[in-house]
Design a protein around this ligand. Structure first.
Ligand code: PAF
Length: 287
């Protein structure tokens, strides 16, 4: 069966209501398109857990704090649809900006604490934009479960927080980061890397995995983080925005490994901002 495309809230709700009447379990996979294997893995996980899968495609202007970044964001709906067809996803919801944000729209959802620090410092307003559109998508789709990638780990935590705070009856499923064979986390931004940038890019993951391994075997935290930042730049990245150790559940800053922890980083290469994270206590820290 081919993927059914809808562009309005009304058509989306009619489709989902029909499935619900049949007692079917519905999953949603929110995306901004430019689909890659990471997104398709979310769709496959959603299909394992639900009877019907809605993929959303909306390049959300409110989460871009830089107009050039918004303009440069790839818009590839026909290719995205072609990639979705063989997965077995049931419906693609691809509203335009006027459908999502009609004239007069003036509400903003702002999630405290987990939105602060890390990407929140360098992308002011970004998580408010994400939280606002995700609440809208949850209310529009009415899915039982929602799949988000761990690659955007802070976003996943923001979404978990808002779903809990607003009593949204949706189960949030965090899905593992998909990596290239050399360790580079899949991202829609990777295609913008030069050939040389693509050669350098896996260094971020490599440094995170190596640092996680060192921390897990007792290396001092502050020194290891300093060395990790220097190693990312020495590998060819132009700068490191942050490379930090945080609690794995609430993302609070950690000075030691007193609880499950995660290393998170954002760094610039070829004028492109790449992010990645690894859980420190993971047993298989090899690439
Ligand atoms: O991760 C993304 O692609 C976006 O931030 C999301 C969750 C679809 C909201 O626009």
């Amino acid at each position: 069966m081919s993927v059914f495309v809808v562009r309005t809230v009304a058509a989306l709700r009619a489709a989902v209501a029909g499935w619900k009447r049949e007692g079917l379990r519905v999953a949603v996979v929110p995306t901004m398109g430019a689909l890659h294997e990471g997104h398709l893995s979310l769709v496959r996980i959603a299909l394992e857990r639900a009877d019907r899968v809605v993929v959303t495609l909306f390049v959300n202007p409110t989460q871009f704090n830089n107009t050039d970044d918004l303009a440069a964001y790839p818009r590839t709906e026909p290719e995205d649809l072609a990639k979705l067809q063989p997965t077995g996803a049931h419906l693609l919801y691809a509203p335009d900006v006027a459908e999502m944000y009609p004239a007069g729209f003036s509400t903003k959802v702002s999630v405290g604490t987990v939105s602060e620090g890390l990407c929140g410092v360098f992308r002011p307003g970004h998580f408010d934009g994400v939280a606002t559109v995700v609440v809208k998508l949850f209310l529009q789709v009415g899915a039982d479960i929602a799949c988000f990638g761990e690659k955007d780990f802070q976003q996943l935590n923001v979404v978990r927080r808002l779903a809990s705070d607003f009593d949204v009856p949706v189960e949030i499923v965090g899905c593992p980061t998909v990596r290239e064979p050399d360790g580079l986390a899949l991202s829609s931004r990777n295609v913008r890397l030069t050939q040389e940038g693509r050669r350098i890019a896996p260094a971020l993951a490599k440094v995170l995995f190596e640092t996680a391994k060192r921390l897990a075997s007792g290396a001092p935290v502050a020194q290891s983080l300093d060395e990790a930042r220097a190693a990312v730049v020495a590998a060819g990245y132009s700068s490191v925005e942050y490379l930090e150790l945080r609690g794995d559940d609430a993302l609070e800053p950690l000075a030691g490994l007193e609880k499950p922890a995660r290393l998170l980083a954002a760094a610039w290469l070829d004028g492109i901002r790449l992010i990645d994270n690894v859980r420190v206590q993971d047993p298989e820290l090899t690439l």
